[in-house]
Design a binder for this molecule. Structure first.
Ligand SMILES: NC(=O)c1ccc[n+]([C@@H]2O[C@H](COP(=O)([O-])OP(=O)(O)OC[C@H]3O[C@@H](n4cnc5c(N)ncnc54)[C@H](O)[C@@H]3O)[C@@H](O)[C@H]2O)c1
Length: 319
């Protein structure tokens, strides 16, 4: 295992993702410097972090009295230099835009100590491009979280052409030490593994609604109670291996491969959402019974309550 000695973490950008990373790092015992160009964003971020901690304590993931200590570990600043100069690891979460990210990387690279890893939360941009703005591209990498990073286990680590193996390994070790599940994406693509898979599934989910094969609400139910539930435990490849019985994946491919191919031939392949589908999605959401019964806020709380129950069972409890 590569050596890592991380005590202080810098979070650049305090929006949806940045404040949640800051919650995670402080909760796990690290000192955090949280930076944003917008004072109001920092103030709002602190209020949200407090709420996150209340939620974690409600879910018995931390003790109530710990929340204050955790908050004490977080300092906020509008100065990038102040944020990164003493950091042992940097996580950038500024808007999804090359010119903003490259400028932030250029400055962070010039202010931070030369060994400090600079990781980006980007969902679609390429590290090969971002790291061109730095003098030490080997220490730059993508560590893409799933929202919200303080709850969702997955972090996808994606190196650019100039990222060193050591940077990838130390980032992975750090994420695992934080209790995350890390995967390494070996080649850069448009979007990470999880986002590409979600995009492939969503296109067909939209198509089923657009073609009138099923209502939007039933499509969502089918995913959550069917493949989504199974995939939460075991991925698609191992699922189909088990589906092949004693013959495993080889038998599955011979036996049920042709059926799968006939399905693939009938799936949607468009790359622009058809206008009819857009209309049907908006109508379907408007009629959704869960939104009639609950406000948006209540639905988020309901989702997070259930999500945390699952995360506890699948990732936090020892078998
Ligand atoms: N929102 C998601 O679901 C999600 C999931 C995974 C990854 N991401 C990635 O996380 C990153 C941030 O997304 P977000 O949803 O948190 O955005 P956001 O708009 O909520 O937050 C961005 C924050 O960056 C601040 N900012 C702007 N310019 C800055 C600068 N030069 N220096 C410091 N701070 C600056 C803004 O004031 C804002 O508070 C993006 O790269 C995005 O792709 C987002």
């Amino acid at each position: 295992m590569m050596e890592m000695n991380i005590e202080k973490v810098a979070c650049i950008g305090a929006g949806v993702i940045g404040h949640s990373w800051a919650t995670l790092f402080a909760w796990k015992g690290y000192r955090v410097a949280l930076q944003d160009v917008d004072e109001a964003a920092l103030k709002y971020a602190l209020a949200r972090i407090r709420k996150n901690l209340e939620f974690l304590s409600e879910k018995e993931l931390l003790r109530n009295e710990e929340a204050e200590e955790i908050l004490q570990r977080i300092e906020v600043t509008t100065s990038l230099r102040e944020c990164v100069e003493a950091a042992d690891y940097i996580q950038e979460s500024v808007p999804e835009n090359y010119s903003i990210k490259k400028e932030v990387f250029r400055k962070a690279d010039s202010f931070a100590r030369s060994q400090t890893i600079i990781a980006s939360s980007t969902s679609t941009l390429k590290m090969t491009e971002i790291q061109k703005a730095t003098r030490n591209p080997e220490r730059c990498v993508i560590a893409h979280p799933w929202n919200p990073p303080h709850l969702m286990p997955l972090v996808e680590i994606i190196p650019g052409e100039k990222t060193s193996r050591e940077t990838v390994e130390v980032t992975r070790n750090f994420m695992e030490a934080l209790g995350k599940v890390s995967v390494i994406q070996k080649k850069e693509t448009v979007g990470s593994i999880g986002n590409r898979l979600a995009a492939a599934l969503w296109r067909e989910a939209i198509n089923i609604v657009d073609e009138g094969i099923a209502d939007l609400e039933d499509v969502d139910k089918a995913v959550s109670a069917g493949p989504g539930l199974r995939w939460a435990v075991i991925g698609p490849h191992l699922s189909y291996h088990l589906g092949g019985g004693r013959g495993g994946i080889e038998h599955f491919l011979d036996h049920l491969g042709p059926a799968m191919e006939s399905r693939w031939r009938s799936l949607a392949s468009w790359v622009t959402i058809p206008p009819s589908a857009k209309r049907r999605l908006v109508e379907g959401i408007r009629r959704h019974s869960m939104l009639r019964e609950r406000s948006m806020e209540e639905l988020i709380k309901w989702r997070d309550d259930r999500l945390v129950k699952l995360i506890k069972i699948l990732y936090l409890e020892k078998e």
